[in-house]
Design a protein around this ligand. Structure first.
Ligand code: 4AD
Ligand code: MG
Length: 450
């Protein structure tokens, strides 16, 4: 049988087919009747178009087909494309034929309001709604921008394994599994350690895949399975790393501004806020950020042994939580990189600042509008003995890290990298309230179905 795949016309491209007769295949988003007219809103995955059937123009059978249609029935509709100024897509279809594939009965998601729990249970169907559809298209655009950016700037994609013998980002969020006769394996928290080995082989690399954290926190920004892109570059220092992170984020955001106008409009996103995301971003050291918090009277709630709470100045040495990050970001219309954190709150592999032993050459990029941390990165410890000392200090199993220590024995070089969370980034760009909406099938502590 001859394939028809090249003759499919997508609704998003209909404006290029004005005056032509086309067949669209999709699902019914909505249907109404008015006198001799039947209006069918058809969606095909690329967009929605209004199809107008004038009963006197078609046979009784075809008119009957149109009248029977219910929400989410699958259908092929043939007609002539007509320019229509008032339509959001600029076109409508004058219907000449309607072929039903399946009539859908009692579709559970109706135009009325549903609770989030109900929608999450029906995630497999919820994805068809206009809002979710728009978010997924932005997500796809973000991922394409990431790939284009790295592929176009001399980076090579190097995939990291998902089963790993050791922890990368602390031992408290590891998912554990039995691995045949070899004992325990862990789902990777980050591809970084492998990206470092890859960078010593290929220079500039990026790893891109799902990562896993047994996060016990129920927040609007945490998933247990999320996607992360992690560039790693030989001979890069922290400044090079921060410059690259700014370039990447500007590129991602401006790609969406340019190519996702319809989606962002559907989401009601204030695009001017995204247009403002241009280099240079803001930068401040952790110590400057602590001073700023204390100067601006942003207090920390501290529980006392007797259970009461007092408010204290922010103590140098503690990690920032969402409240501190949000306070700092309120002054900024663009992302801000905070660098040089206390070594005690950061991972074992980060390099000490030669100018201040108490801090490491780390950086986090915070996004504005309450989006929070989207990037975490650092220059890596490249000295074998210092790295070994850090491993021991953190009680990490030396055996499992022998191969990683090897990288510091055979041609060790300064190197740096970072990880950008795809979902955190999509949440910010789309303005979604909760991270569960920006990945097709979210995994959280209390949800694994569908
Ligand atoms: O700051 P993180 O933990 O850094 C790393 O994993 C480094 N090994 C990356 C590197 O240097 N190659 O995570 C990086 C980013 C965060 O900034 C955030 O965007 C995202 O990953 N992220 C999460 N996203 C969703 N749910 C979670 N539970 C996340 N944890 C981190
Ligand atoms: Mg982090």
């Amino acid at each position: 049988m001859e394939s028809r795949y090249k003759s499919f016309v997508a609704i998003e491209n209909l404006a290029d087919h004005i005056g032509q007769t086309v067949t669209l295949s999709g699902w019914v988003y909505d249907k109404t009747e008015k006198g001799k007219l039947v209006f069918i809103k058809l969606r095909d995955g690329s967009g929605i178009v209004q199809c107008v059937l004038f009963k006197p123009n078609v046979s009784e059978e075809i008119a009957g087909n149109a009248q029977q249609l219910t929400q989410e029935s699958s259908v092929s509709i043939t007609g002539t494309v007509r320019a229509e100024q008032r339509a959001p897509s600029g076109v409508e279809l004058d219907v000449t034929d309607v072929r039903i594939w399946q009539l859908s009965k009692d579709y559970p998601i109706t135009p009325k309001e549903h609770g989030v729990e109900f929608l999450m249970e029906h995630r497999h169907l919820w994805l068809r709604s206009a809002r979710q559809h728009a978010i997924m298209r932005v997500r796809a655009r973000v991922i394409k921008a990431i790939r284009d950016f790295f592929d176009g700037n001399g980076f090579r994609l190097m995939d990291s394994p998902i089963f790993t013998p050791n922890a990368c980002e602390g031992t408290s969020t590891l998912f554990e599994t039995e691995y045949f006769d070899l004992g325990k394996a862990y789902l990777t928290q980050s591809g970084q350690l492998y990206a470092e080995a890859s960078a010593m082989a290929l220079g500039k690399v990026y790893t891109f895949g799902p990562t896993f954290r047994a996060e016990k926190s129920k927040t609007r920004r945490h998933l247990t399975e999320f996607w992360m892109v992690e560039p790693e570059m030989a001979y890069f220092d922290l400044n090079d790393d921060m410059d690259l992170a700014e370039d990447l984020v500007e590129y991602i955001v401006q790609s969406c501004v340019k190519d996702c106008q319809r989606e962002l409009a559907t989401l009601g996103r204030d695009v001017s806020k995204l247009e403002a995301v241009r280099r240079p971003f803001y930068r401040m050291s952790y110590s400057e950020a602590v001073d700023w918090l204390n100067k601006n009277n942003v207090k920390l709630n501290r529980k006392q042994p007797d259970g009461s709470e007092i408010q204290i100045d922010f103590p140098w040495g503690e990690d920032f939580g969402a409240p501190q990050e949000e306070a700092i970001m309120q002054q900024f219309d663009r992302p801000c990189i905070i660098h040089r954190y206390p070594s005690e709150v950061k991972a074992f592999y980060m390099k000490r600042d030669p100018d201040n032993e108490k801090v490491v050459l780390a950086m986090d990029m915070l996004a504005p509008e309450g989006a929070g941390e989207i990037i975490g990165g650092s220059q890596r410890e490249d000295n074998h003995d210092l790295l070994l000392e850090r491993l021991r200090h953190e009680n990490l199993p030396e055996d499992a890290f022998q191969w990683y220590l090897d990288l510091r024995k055979f041609g060790s070089v300064p190197h740096a990298g970072f990880g950008l969370g795809v979902e955190r980034t999509v949440k910010w760009i789309t303005g979604a309230e909760h991270i569960r909406e920006v990945i097709p099938f979210p995994r959280m502590i209390y949800r694994i179905v569908p």
